[in-house]
Design a protein around this ligand. Sequence first.
Ligand code: ADP
Ligand code: MG
Length: 674
Amino acid sequence: MTALWGVGNDRAAQLARLGIHTIEDLLLHRPRRYEDRRRFCPISQLTTEAAALARGTVVALGLKRFRRGAKSVFELILDDGSGRLHCRWWNLPFMENYFAVGDEVVVFGKLSGLKPRTMDHPESEVVEGDAERFVHVDRLTPIYPLTEGLSQRWLRGLIWRTLERFAGQIPEPWPPGQPAAPGLPTRPQAVRWLHFPGEQAEAELARRRLALDEFVALQVRLQARRRRFERHAQALPCGGEQNRLIKPFLARLGFQLTEAQTRVLREIRADLAASPPMRRLLQGDVGSGKTVVAACAALMALESGYSVALMAPTEVLAEQHHLTFRRWFEPLGVRVELRTGSRKTAGVDATTLPLANGAKLPALIIGTHALLTERFDIPRLGLVIIDEQHKFGVAQREALVRKGRYPHLLVMTATPIPRTLGLTLYGDLDLSVIDTLPGGRGRLQTFVRTPASLPRVWAFVRQQLAAGRQAYVVYPRVEETDAGAVKAVMRERDAVQAAVAPFRVGLLHGRLAARHKEAVMAAFRANSVQVLLATSLVEVGLDVPNATVMLIENAEQFGLSQLHQLRGRIGRGAADAYCILVAGSLTPEARARLQVLAETQDGFRIAEADLRLRGPGELLGRAQSGLPRFRFGDLAEDLDLIQQARALATQIVAADMPAPRPSGPASEWSNKSG
Ligand code: ADP
Ligand code: MG
């Protein structure tokens, strides 16, 4: 326990609001930016375009209150010899208490008016001629996130003093002898530079070093867990038996596996044959053919005499898998069952489903995540496959795996998760990648259009339908929310029907009963309905190769990865395919964003763009709970650090070293006033 000078109860409470509870927290409190207080912009050269730093002496100040309401404006005038600057703060009368004529004040902002030169609500700080002046000016000065009642000066002073006292005690997070990070400062150095860098470059080096430590800590946790798991868990031998089922399966499939699919299957087979349970992530862009790979993996386990569970994120997708796998597996004599929340095969109660007739015959069980919550056990469960993993939270993945006696686990994702995220979220999984699409497909083109061109778009859609093709039409929401702003499937149905007559329109959205969804999908598959009008429910997994048009309205409301997924519904057959993104009021940024899709079909590039634009939370959806927060790490930028961290963690875990503690002295705040 260390009492820090100047921290009493009130201060401690304020710091706590910033998440600062320990000295370590304080030393890792990251500046939001740095101000170069070695160079100031003359007041006469301030502009309305760019924020700049200026300094001057207060020559006048005053608070003006207006009669009506509680409105007020506090104004002060700074002079630096080159000109005068009026600084105004609206409705913050207490600002009056902070300044006096003659004070030297630093302000940061851009002009809101030129005559006179005015800044509204600049960031400001009085420079006092006290002993700590060198902490605050004539250097690159850190500007911290604050909370009410705390001033930059006070917090900066506290951090300075704390560094002086404790910086020497900050341990390197990994044991001596470990190769540190080449090109990066030591941890104590990084903590100093984080707050008081000599140059901007040192601040970035400090951030990178501290980010690396965060990534190492996470990777060590993931890898250590994996290692413990491998020591204790034993899987069933599911490597297959002389291709007894796979051979006839492939013979009847109608196409050859691609090289990428074959390579991935070799990796999977090696895992399934080994004793530690497989933990593998299969990544492959939309349409790369993950389902067939899942089928072959399932057959390996089935050949070995063990059952397989296949889970999909939506009932619609589970239904589709059910149809596909029955078509594929039943001729081989393999039983395929569907268990979803709303339907169980042939009315059998899944909780008690015995594998009675057929005695110990292994089966493929397909379901949604309802499989997770239902209390049934699948006897001799050898392999669990999770399709579209990004829709499952990490916690769900763990829950599922604990159910059986350590079945092998294969998780498949089409969301081209940027590698940074993949390595972070799935650092405990081995990775297989299908990096090429099957050949023999038509060209897929993407266009960005405004509503003004809708008549021509519909004419084009009718032309495709007349040529025997089918189309998806997607709207963001089920019901209209912002009156008129968001077109909604329910209300658009008649309009769409009129636009494509005499072709038939089916409606698919999340509020439909499962029975209805099934019926609509069946009609669309059979081409008795030519246009599927849907919410983003069709995003995941659907496979109707005859559909060649994807028309998305209000496209600006979707994330890029989601649009890429939607687009992945088409271009699955030999015919050319067309994705048309219709977007209403488009800002230049929104247009540029959609243009990314028109320019590339590389899901990884798209996901990276998405990650930059929207951040990891949005990209993965709210359900994704397992993503840790990083103070310094940046998932959009730090791929090299994450890879380095992974390698370092492997060494640390292999050497059985104690887990690194990226921490300084972890004393609590003293609540005694200093
Ligand atoms: P995803 O990876 O998005 O799940 P799917 O497994 O649904 O992709 O496959 C997309 C389409 O490509 C399906 O119609 C599937 O039958 C077909 N397909 C898969 N592998 C091949 C292949 N090697 N050659 C030709 N078509 C293939
Ligand atoms: Mg799929």
